[in-house]
Ligand binder design. Structure first.
Ligand code: PBG
Ligand code: ZN
Length: 334
């Protein structure tokens, strides 16, 4: 078949549709609104604590009281929710990570305080053990150093139930253990938390982009790496299978993490599930844009907008992002 002459230049001129700002506005997809963003926050024991994180400008470790204060303008801006990560002191860390399920643990305390101050706010919690184990892995280790999958699941379920009991709306397991979603769902339902939502970090890659986060969380593995449990970026099929299995185990929301190096995975997963998909625009991705902007090699605002729209365009419904606490500055129209 030959193309009809009308379908090509000079009759067809695509620049017509983008000639003026008003026309472009008509055809462009909008940036996601603030309600699509979840802001990750780092909480630690104490009061009046506000420690800047070196590699993450505008992000701090906060005590619960400061977090409540910091959330005021965030709530005002209409942000969709927060995702809480807890820090624990070295002396509280043990082999199992038992500080993660204490009723008066840092995450549990922060959830209660935030829910008290802002009852309507969607509060998510990260369910993992790496910030609570003395070896820094996401579950206990056997004699060979391998992370014990099934033992980790038992502890993760306890952690999730303790977060739900404190009032978390969404628990988000990030340990990448097989069967963790089923184990947590069963424990939640047994404890009558059948309304608690589970957002699984279902396709989470063993990535080099978590560096600034591990500094913030003091959660880097003491030895070895996480390649034995987090997905391989070179094996996309298995990485997607993990999300599909998590759906079967009862996850309510799936997640791809990191976001920007994995836009293809977001799109492929979009075709395989009807569940909402979250994308986690991780610490290294945040730091990278800041670093380039600081050197004058990129303009911060346009580069943040371009990369964030790309995540939405790939198919993410919600975006977990450190830009969320600067929504107006970065995303609102000039
Ligand atoms: C814990 C966890 C990590 C991140 C979220 N949850 C780090 C890791 O797996 O080592 C990374 C988030 C970020 O880099 O912003 N399992
Ligand atoms: Zn972990």
């Amino acid at each position: 078949m030959t193309e009809t002459p009308m379908a090509s230049f000079p009759a067809t001129r695509l620049r017509r549709l983008r000639r003026t700002p008003a026309l472009r506005r008509l055809f462009d997809a909008p940036l996601p609104g603030p309600e699509k963003f979840i802001w990750p926050v780092f909480v630690k024991e104490g009061s009046g604590v506000r420690e800047p994180i070196q590699a993450m400008p505008k992000q701090c470790r906060m005590s619960p009281d400061i977090l409540v204060e910091a959330l005021n303008p965030i709530v005002e801006s209409g942000i969709g929710g927060i995702l809480i990560f807890g820090l624990t002191s070295e002396r509280e860390k043990d082999h199992e990570g038992s500080a993660a399920y204490r009723e008066d643990g840092i995450v549990q305390t922060a959830v209660r305080k935030v829910k008290h101050a802002y009852p309507g706010m969607v509060v998510c919690t990260d369910v993992c053990l790496c910030a609570y184990t003395d070896h820094g892995h996401c579950g206990p280790r056997d004699a060979t150093g391998d992370v014990e999958n099934d033992a980790a699941n038992t502890t993760l379920a306890r952690v999730a139930v303790s977060h739900a009991a404190a009032g978390a709306d969404i628990v988000a397991p990030s340990a990448m253990m097989d069967g963790q979603v089923a184990s947590i769902r069963k424990a939640l339902d047994t404890a009558a938390f059948e309304k608690t939502i589970m957002m699984s970090y279902s396709t989470k890659f063993a990535s080099s982009m978590y560096g600034p986060f591990r500094e913030a969380e003091q959660s880097a593995p003491q030895q070895g790496d996480r390649k034995g449990y987090q997905a391989s970026y070179a094996d996309a099929r298995t990485a997607i299978r993990k999300s599909i299995l998590d759906e079967a185990e009862g996850a309510d929301i799936l997640m791809v993490k990191p976001a920007l190096f994995y836009l293809d995975i977001i799109t492929r997963l979009r075709d395989e599930t009807k569940l909402p998909i979250a994308a986690y625009n991780v610490s290294g991705e945040y730091a990278m844009l800041h670093a380039a902007a600081e050197r004058g090699w990129a303009d911060l605002k346009p580069v943040v907008r371009e990369s964030t729209l790309a995540i939405a365009r790939a198919g993410a419904d919600i975006i977990i992002s450190y830009w969320a606490n600067q929504y107006r500055e970065v995303f609102a129209d000039d």
